[in-house]
Design a protein. Structure first.
Length: 380
C-alpha cells in the first residue's frame, strides 16, 4: 500500500496542481466522481512518478461539484482525495486528504444512516396526496359492483372473526385464563385478531403489488415506494373499522373501555413500521420471484397459528414460548389485550424491543426496495 506525504494542492485556472511525496514510485492515475451520488465521471491520463510527484489535474469548466482521486494504478486501496467546485468559471478546492478504501466505506456507511431514517418518511410525506387517492381507490374498487358495496368493508372482518370464533370457541372450546367465559374468549380472540388482520392483509398482497402496477414501472416517473405503503394504510383502515366494532362489543359486554387504551398509539406505530418494512421487502422480491405470493400465503397461515390469538400463551410449552416470544405479533397481541381487556399498560421492555426491531425492519425494507427498484423495468 502506497504511502503519501507532504501533499499540497493549488488552483491554476480550472486545474489543480498537486504535489506530494510517495514511498513507492510507479504509475498513478486520477479519476473524477460526482460527490453526491458517487457516480464516475471521467478518468485522466496516467503518469509515471518518482518519489516526489507533481501532477496537473484539469477539471471541466461546467459548474458543479467534483471529487478527484489520485492513486497508484496497481493498488488503489490508498489514495489522495480532493473536493472541488466550479462556480462562475472559478475553481475552488478543499484541502487534499489521504484516505483509504476501508475508511471511505465506513464514512459512507455512517453517512447513510441518517439518510436511511429520513428518506422513507420524507418520501411518504411528499406523496401523501397520491397515497390518499390510491388508498381510497383501492378500498372502493374492492366492492365496486357488489350489492353490499362498501358495507363489505365491515362485513368481511366480522365474518372472518366470526368463523374463527366459532371453530375455536365452540368446536374446540378454547378458553383464556383471565376470563374463562364464552364472552371472555370472544373478547380475547377479537383483540388478538385486530393487529393480525391489518398485518396479514398488507403482507399477503405485497409480493404482487409492483407487478399489478407494472405500467407505473415502465412508462411513468412514479414513486414506486408508495405502492407497498398503500397496502399498509388500506390494512390500517380495515383495522380501524374492526376497532370500532370491537369497542361497541366491549361496551355492550363490559359497560366501558379502560383508560389504558391511551397506550394504543404506542402499539399502532411499530405495527405500521413492521408491516411497512416487510411489505417493502416482499414487494421488491416479488418482482424477481413470481411464486412468492403463494409462499407467503402458506407462511402467513403458519405465522397465524404460531401466534397466541386462538389460544392463551399458557398453552404454549415453556421451551417453545421462549422461541415464539421473538415473534413481533406475539408482543402486539399481548399489548392489545393488555390495554383493551386487562386494564394495564403493555410490558415496556416488549414494547421497546418492538419499536427498535420494527424501525430496523422498516429502514432495511425501504433500503432493499430502493436498491432493487432499478431492475424492475428490465423484468416487466
Amino acid at each position: 500500500m502506497a504511502q503519501f506525504s507532504a501533499v499540497e494542492a493549488a488552483v491554476d485556472g480550472t486545474a489543480i496542481n498537486l504535489r506530494f511525496a510517495i514511498d513507492s514510485p510507479g504509475v498513478l492515475g486520477w479519476q473524477v466522481f460526482d460527490p453526491e451520488s458517487g457516480a464516475f465521471l471521467f478518468e485522466g491520463e496516467w503518469s509515471r512518478v518518482e518519489s516526489v510527484a507533481s501532477l496537473r489535474l484539469s477539471l471541466p469548466r461546467d459548474e458543479g461539484s467534483y471529487r478527484v482521486r489520485v492513486a497508484p494504478v496497481q493498488d488503489r486501496s490508498r489514495f489522495i482525495e480532493i473536493d472541488a467546485r466550479v462556480e462562475d468559471s472559478r475553481l475552488q478546492i478543499e484541502s487534499p486528504r489521504v484516505a483509504t478504501v476501508t475508511a471511505q466505506r465506513w464514512r459512507r456507511f455512517w453517512g447513510a444512516i441518517p439518510k436511511a431514517f429520513a428518506y422513507p418518511p420524507r418520501s411518504l410525506w411528499q406523496n401523501k396526496r397520491l397515497i390518499q387517492s390510491m388508498v381510497r381507490r383501492d378500498i372502493l374498487s374492492r366492492y365496486r359492483g357488489s350489492i353490499g358495496g362498501s358495507l363489505w368493508a365491515v362485513l368481511n372482518p366480522l365474518l372472518l372473526m366470526g368463523l374463527y370464533f366459532f371453530v375455536f370457541g365452540f368446536v374446540f372450546k378454547a378458553t383464556f385464563e383471565h376470563d374463562k367465559s364464552r364472552s371472555g374468549y370472544a373478547l380475547y380472540f377479537l383483540a388478538g385478531m385486530l393487529p393480525w388482520m391489518a398485518f396479514a392483509e398488507a403482507v399477503g398482497r405485497a409480493p404482487s403489488i409492483v407487478i399489478e402496477h407494472r405500467n407505473f414501472v415502465k412508462k411513468l416517473v412514479f414513486p414506486l415506494e408508495t405502492l407497498p405503503m398503500n397496502l399498509v394504510i388500506s390494512g390500517a383502515v380495515t383495522e380501524i373499522i374492526g376497532l370500532v366494532v370491537f369497542v361497541v362489543i366491549l361496551l355492550v359486554a363490559r359497560g366501558g373501555v379502560p383508560l389504558t387504551v391511551i397506550w394504543l398509539p404506542a402499539l399502532l406505530v411499530p405495527q405500521l413500521l413492521l408491516t411497512g418494512g416487510i411489505a417493502w421487502f416482499l414487494a421488491a422480491l416479488g418482482v424477481f420471484v413470481r411464486d412468492l405470493g403463494q409462499i407467503i400465503g402458506f407462511i402467513l397461515t403458519l405465522w397465524l397459528y404460531l401466534t397466541p390469538i386462538f389460544y392463551p400463551e399458557s398453552a404454549v410449552p415453556q421451551i417453545a414460548a421462549k422461541l415464539l416470544s421473538f415473534n413481533p405479533m406475539w408482543a402486539l397481541v399481548r399489548g392489545y389485550r393488555a390495554v383493551f381487556l386487562e386494564g394495564h399498560a403493555p410490558d415496556l421492555w416488549s414494547i421497546l424491543a418492538l419499536w427498535v426491531g420494527s424501525t430496523a425492519i422498516a429502514v432495511a425494507g425501504y433500503a432493499w426496495f430502493h436498491r432493487l427498484r432499478r431492475s424492475f423495468a428490465d423484468l416487466m
